[in-house]
Structures are given as C-alpha cells and as structure tokens.
Design a protein around this ligand. Structure first.
Ligand code: EPU
Length: 337
C-alpha cells in the first residue's frame, strides 16, 4: 500500500540527508512489483541508501526494496548455490553464509547496503568483486512487464559497473532486482593478498587463515579506516579510483614518485583517488558541514545537518582541487537523485 503521508528518507540514506518522498511503497514480495499501477509512474528503486545522494525531496515514486529470504538452493560436487532476496542486508547475509560453512564472500564483509544493490555497482573490496561470486539474478522489468533472469556473463561486470548502470536501468528505475544467486566454490582459497589484510592477519599471527579469520580481519581494517555511518554519516568511497592512460600515469609518476599506480589488464592505469585527494589538501578538510574523512580522504562525511547541496559544494571543490593539481577528473560513485 502506498504510504498516505510523505515519508522522511533521512533514516534510509547513510549520508543522512534530509528529503521526503511524497509517494513511497515498501516492496516485500516480487509480486507487488507487477501491479499495473506502477508501470507508468516515474520510479526510484531504493535499496540500503548507502550509495545515494538525495539532492532534495523525491518526486518519483520510491520503491523501497525489502524482499527477504536466504537459502541453499542446491549443491553439487564443486559448489554451493545460495539464493538471497534483494532486500536482505548485505553484511548479515555474508556472515550467515560463513556461519553455514560456505566461504567465498568474506572479503566483502561490512559493506553497507542490500543484496539486490550489490550487483548494480559490482561492490568490491580487498581484492574481490561481487561479480566474481555471482551466479545469476532475477529482476522485474517494468517496461516489458516481465520477470527475467540474467547470468553472470550477461551482467557485464567491470570495476564498479554492470549492465544495470550501463543501460541506465538503475537510474531510470526500469528494473528492480528481486533475488540473487551466488556460486560459492567448495575449493576455497584465501584471498589475503591485499596489503591491509595481509598486515592485519600478520598482526594477529594467523599464517593460514580460514574464511572467518579473513572476515574478522576485513572488519577490523574497515572499522579502523572507514567511518561507521551510524555515527558519522557517509556513503563509503565517494569517488571512483580513476582509470587513466598509461602515458599520463607515467608522466604523473615522474612528477609525483609517491603516486600509487595499479596497471590494469586493458593497458590503463588505476590511481588511488584517496591519495590524490589527500595530496590536494582535502584529507580531514571540510566546507561547511561536509568534509573528507580524516582517516581516509576518499570518504565524504556529513558532520551534521548537511543537505544535498552541501554535498555537491564539497564534491565540486574536491574535484576542482584534484583537477588543478593532477589534471585528473574524479567521478562520483553514488547516484544523485
Ligand atoms: N590513500 C592515501 N590517502 C588516503 C586514502 C588512501 O594516500 O586518505 C592511499 C593508500 O595509502 C593506498 C591507496 O590510496 O596506497 C588505496 O587506499 P585503500 O587501500 O584505502 O583503498 P581505496 O582505493 O581508497 C578502495 C575501494 C573501497 C575498498 C578498498 C579496499 C574504490 C572507489 N574504493 O578504496 O571501496 O573498501 O579499496 O579494497 O574502489 C567503496 O567503494 O565504498 C569502498 C569503501
């Protein structure tokens, strides 16, 4: 049922920005999405609100995805196939899989948001992206008025990107992801190469970690470096790590020998946006109520009472500072609405 009164969206976005939705519907079953009345209305699909900048009241119909459920779908000699509803909390789901003895998602512990949102921007951390573990997903297409299933290949995953962003389906509220199936291989290998994780395990004197050990290490690193949205509202990394041409990266490296560079398979080079922002003087700096976090310059934080306009002002200033110093453009990770 549509909410009769406007709904305050502040509790539903991790930057805690003020905004109201005149039309708001909580979705707890896939069947609700098939109602003919939803078809022609401009829509916004809201998950955990952890990758979102609300720039003002939302005129579109807000569909708040809360479809629950998690289960072992099947198992073969090689893998467990685990299904979760799009509205499940991502971190709780990851911890549940580990408790069941199905490793594979541990590096993605403590990422805010929902299961259904995870594939949209192909969430990733500490050497793993969700696309590497995804088997397939189901979604409702409002335009075709049909459910459909896509396999991993068809999701066109790349760094913080997928079919759902490339086709603009997410931006336009065309498609709502209802459930996701993960393939968790029984031949598990620890993914502990990321420097922060390797150091954390070494500090704990764990030489041969199991999946739980890695989850604990990931949580410890995240808690040390990243602000808890419940205390300091934020949306995780605010910008993508930029991908630039090898020649430009070589030039920058000559000018700034400390520049971290990560060569990619396609010949481009990924830079650390946090490093660029710090060098541009923005680590721990604020403009009004919005600043860049003092322990991780890539995280934009709301120090209290910020609006979407305040976020945009700080974002513009940080982008300008990095462009002036390094001639590199930073692209925001969150969706603006
Ligand atoms: N760095 C600085 N100063 C800073 C922050 C970072 O010099 O203030 C340097 C670090 O010293 C390091 C490099 O930048 O050399 C990379 O930093 P870090 O390992 O903290 O990772 P990141 O590139 O800033 C990315 C993801 C995170 C993910 C971590 C770990 C993006 C946009 N962000 O951050 O994802 O948790 O790697 O894998 O790719 C998110 O997307 O919301 C997110 C938190």
């Amino acid at each position: 049922m549509l909410s009769p009164d406007p709904v305050d969206l502040r509790p539903f976005n991790t930057l805690a920005l003020p905004a109201r939705a005149a039309r708001y519907l909580k979705i707890t079953t896939p069947e609700q999405l098939t109602a003919a009345a939803l078809r022609d209305e401009p829509r916004f699909i809201l998950g955990g609100g952890s990758n979102l900048v609300l720039t003002g009241d939302v005129e579109r119909l807000v569909l708040h995805m809360a479809i629950p459920g998690k289960r072992l779908l099947r198992e073969d000699a090689e893998a467990y196939y685990v299904e979760a509803g799009g509205g499940e909390n991502w971190h709780d789901f990851v911890q549940w899989t580990l408790a069941q003895g199905w490793p594979g998602l541990e590096n993605l512990s403590l990422i805010p948001g929902t299961v259904g949102a995870a594939p949209v921007q192909n969430i990733g951390a500490y050497g793993l992206e969700v696309g590497e573990r995804l088997h397939s997903l189901s979604a409702w297409d409002f335009e075709k008025q049909a459910f459909f299933t896509v396999d991993r290949e068809s999701c066109r995953f790349s760094y913080r990107d997928s079919l759902f962003k490339q086709e603009g389906w997410h931006r336009d509220g065309r498609v709502a992801i209802t459930s996701v199936i993960f393939r968790l291989a029984k031949a598990w290998q620890p993914n502990q190469g990321y420097a922060d994780i390797a150091q954390e395990l070494a500090a704990r004197a764990i030489a041969t970690p199991n999946a739980q050990d890695i989850a604990v290490a990931v949580c410890a690193v995240r808690q040390r470096k990243l602000p808890d949205p419940a205390q300091t509202p934020n949306a995780g990394s605010f910008f993508h790590n930029p991908l630039i041409a090898a020649a430009q990266a070589a030039q920058l490296k000559a000018d700034y020998p400390g520049l971290p560079t990560y060569p990619q398979a396609d010949g481009r080079v990924k830079l650390a946006a946090g490093w660029l922002i710090e060098q541009a003087g923005w680590k721990g700096k604020a403009l009004g109520p919005v600043g860049m976090y003092e322990k991780q310059a890539l995280v934009l934080v709301n120090h209290g009472g910020a609006t979407g306009a305040d976020v945009q002002r700080t974002m513009n200033a940080v982008q300008a500072a990095v462009r002036t110093k390094f001639a590199v453009d930073l692209t925001p990770e969150p969706i603006f609405i």
